[in-house]
Design a protein around this ligand. Sequence first.
Ligand SMILES: [Ca+2]
Ligand SMILES: [Ca+2]
Ligand SMILES: [Ca+2]
Ligand SMILES: [Ca+2]
Length: 505
Amino acid sequence: MKNGGMVLYAYACASGLVALAALNCGSGVREDAKESPPQPEKSTAEAGIDPVVETDGGAPDAAIEAGTPRFATKPADWTLPVYGDGVYAPNQLGMDGCWSTLDIDGDHKPDLVATCDPAKFQTAFGTTEAPLWKVYKNTGTGFDRNAVDWPVPVHSKGLYATNLNTGSNVWTTMDIDGDGKLDLVVTSDPKGFYEPFGTSAAPLWKVYKNTGSGFERNSIDWTIPVYQDGISATSASTALGRHWTTMDIDGDGKPEIVITADPSTGGKVFGTSGAPVWKIFRNTGTGFDRTGIDWAVPADSGTYGINDANVSTADRQWSTTDIDGDGKPDLVMSSDPARSNVPFGSETAPAWKIYKNLGTGFDRSGTDWRVPVTPERIDRTSSMSSGRRWSTLDLDGDGKADLVVTTDPSGGDKPYGTDSSPIWRLYPNTGSGFDTTALAWKIPSQRESINATTSGDLSTSWATIDLDGDGRLDLVVTEDPDLAKHKQPFGTQAAPVWHFYRGTR
Ligand SMILES: [Ca+2]
Ligand SMILES: [Ca+2]
Ligand SMILES: [Ca+2]
Ligand SMILES: [Ca+2]
């Protein structure tokens, strides 16, 4: 195996973590909308929400429409179990514990899953022969403070996390068979280093199905395609020109393996320059086909073509995202390769190019997708650098991903509005572009400003996720920003809580 310099990333995109972290990973955003229809509209009074008063520097901003309810103004307490020194983030894998917020029992509400015993370093609960996770089920107003035992398979290292990607320990939690419940998928043989199970001519993953109350302790062999050095993770992008991912590209509810680059050409897209293709390997429900089908992708002027599902470099920005909300991921090219880090179109009418998913390939003819005129130039689907923070996610709950700009580019890496009345700007998805007029999306005011949809690298933790499972994204602040507390939730040690701001309309 020549894996020197191998860089594996984005495996979380194929896992259940996606919808929760609100990352821009194609299918993650729409899952919520698909599984639970939007709730009936309520008046402001019924919803108990204050109307937004636009206070951006005193005078109303002409580009902002005010008066629509957003997140609940006052937080509700979201009960948490007592675990380790406190559950202060939606997901954690470290010295202070291992947990994930994901829907493990398949009832469309995320549960809190503790995967390692806080008294032992990176070791599952239970015994070596009968390992367990602890699941704190979602009650609709919190996580149950009492855990249920969740059996997990035996693995040499012990399955102490929902996802891991370190050489011989590569596994993930994803719904591989499309039955609506997350399965445990071990993609690399612990006896090797980034090598799948089986043989090089007949490689396999090991799948442990979700029974609704645990994972089967016996695996099934899941066939995977043959690809140079082996498909040893759900996705990878390597210096050796190997690029693949696992996603539901045809929208049938089951993920496919999508191989996007040909290592024999140094990592260029497959096909010809005029008719480039990816290779997709269909999911039969019991494995992936070993014979690939051509999937049309657009031509690109770069040396390698569209050779990965998601790319973010100085002169190339694209992602595989369901932009039109039809349930199938589209290819979205968000910066013009002729002008680095600038969208297509003109200064006064910027646009992305979208290549719609036709079910059997992407339309090779791009169509313009309007993006708003903003000082920071919206040249990618999401940005998490200081002062340039935005996300593409369905905040208004109509099933289509919206553009949400969460920092004011005029300085300070803060949201729009004022410290006491901060707002995000939401540009709704019209089905053929983003509305050029923003809605003011009121967000909570706290010591450390909420300047991104999910905190990511920031010191206080929060996330925009559908925590109560009603199909609307909520804002949850999981770490108390009080300076006297460090990496602690709200409440007390005996009765910890998150601050839950319900999403409403
Ligand atoms: Ca659940
Ligand atoms: Ca499943
Ligand atoms: Ca599929
Ligand atoms: Ca929307």
